[in-house]
Design a protein around this ligand. Structure first.
Ligand SMILES: Nc1nc2c(ncn2[C@@H]2O[C@H](COP(=O)(O)OP(=O)(O)OP(=O)(O)O)[C@@H](O)[C@H]2O)c(=O)[nH]1
Ligand SMILES: [Mg+2]
Ligand SMILES: [Zn+2]
Length: 341
């Protein structure tokens, strides 16, 4: 069996990154799934399992962010005794990363090298604007193009109205209502998994991510929640992140539902997710405007004339504060670690 890795986005940049490590016994591949100590990797020769090599383990001991994850381009090594090891993770073009409770880690990598991050939010039960905002900030921060997918469009009489309502919390982001049940919107999503392109799915448990992945793959690759419970809450069905190649196209990267997601942000992802607010803030008279009662505050003007929703401003402030507190903690930790050394 032979597989053309360019279908999955292997390009000139990958080729030159790989060349630096190229040896007779090295082969490139893309991680479909990463488990503890072993990765499932798609190479030109098909799917193989590879144990983590010493170098990768050493890097990961310093910072788990260096561990391979679904979507990573990697270098494998074939040993004379037919063992295969994963020797290197090639530089990530984009990376979806969230804050973890782990004090020393710089975060948890959810997906790598995707072109699009689709925030997947169900129309039923009611979409949660605050969750969409938070996930979009994470999506923007990844470096990939965000997309908002509204699933289960068949549960609403007017999905278009819900899409318009949510577009207000997703400025500049395409909003795509989809019903896999009715087959509507799936073809639009297919554009994001064209040959060479990868789309990661991110959203709460039960949102319908795996159902989408299966629809794109044209097969049941991911198990989905069998029975819909009345409150729509459901339990986690997908337990691992999985890159699923799409026949005749690129790939979709399914992830387990996330409950809370801590932002690990330099601020730029958040600012881009709140482009409406930051765009206004840039027009305030004072550079250090706090958008409270200062004269010439464009944000207050927009609140007064109804072009900016108060909820939206409150949301932005809340997430900003969270990031500030977190980065404060981080620098204290770093300083302590330096002192300890
Ligand atoms: N009515 C309707 N139900 C859907 C649609 N798509 C998915 N569902 C249902 O939503 C439930 C959850 O779907 P999953 O695909 O397992 O959700 P998930 O986001 O992968 O969930 P986790 O793996 O737990 O994160 C299933 O019972 C699906 O049948 C749709 O278009 N319409
Ligand atoms: Mg799932
Ligand atoms: Zn202002």
């Amino acid at each position: 069996m032979s597989y053309d890795l360019s279908q999955l986005g292997w390009d000139q940049t990958c080729t030159s990154a790989f060349r630096r490590f190229d040896r007779a016994d090295s082969i490139p591949g893309r991680v479909l799934r990463a488990d503890r100590g072993v990765s499932t990797v798609l190479t030109a020769d098909g799917v193989t399992r590879a144990a983590l090599g010493g170098g990768v383990l050493l890097d990961a001991a310093r910072d788990p962010v260096g561990l391979p994850c679904a979507g990573d381009w990697v270098v494998l090594r074939r040993w004379p005794d037919r063992r295969i090891t994963l020797e290197l993770v090639l530089p990530r073009r984009t990376v979806l990363i969230r804050r973890t409770a782990d004090k020393d880690a710089s975060g948890q990598v959810l997906a790598a090298n995707m072109d699009t991050v689709a925030v997947v939010e169900p129309i039923h039960p009611e979409p949660d604007e605050a969750r969409v905002e938070r996930l979009l900030a994470l999506a923007f921060e990844s470096g990939a193009e965000p997309l908002l997918v509204l699933t289960k469009a068949d549960t609403s009489l007017d999905p278009g109205a819900i899409a318009r309502q949510l577009a207000a919390v997703a400025p500049g982001v395409p909003v795509l209502p989809i019903s896999v049940r009715l087959g509507t919107g799936v073809d639009e999503l297919r554009r994001y998994v064209a040959p060479g392109r990868t789309c990661a799915l991110l959203g709460r448990s039960g949102a319908g991510k795996s159902t989408l992945a299966n629809a794109l793959a044209g097969a049941t690759v991911m198990p989905v929640q069998a029975i819909r419970d009345a409150d729509g809450k459901g339990r986690h069905t997908t337990a691992y992140r999985n890159l699923v190649p799409v026949p005749g196209g690129g790939a979709v990267l399914d992830t387990p539902g996330i409950r809370g997601v801590g932002l690990l942000d330099t601020g730029s992802g958040l600012d881009r997710a709140f482009a409406d607010v930051t765009g206004l803030a840039a027009r305030c008279r004072f550079d250090d405007c706090r958008h409270e009662a200062e004269p010439g505050c464009a944000v207050q003007t927009a609140l007064a004339d109804g072009t900016l929703a108060p909820r939206r401003l409150a949301s932005w402030r809340k997430l900003r504060r969270e990031i500030e507190i977190e980065s404060g903690r981080r620098s204290v930790r770093l300083a302590r670690a330096r002192q300890a050394r």
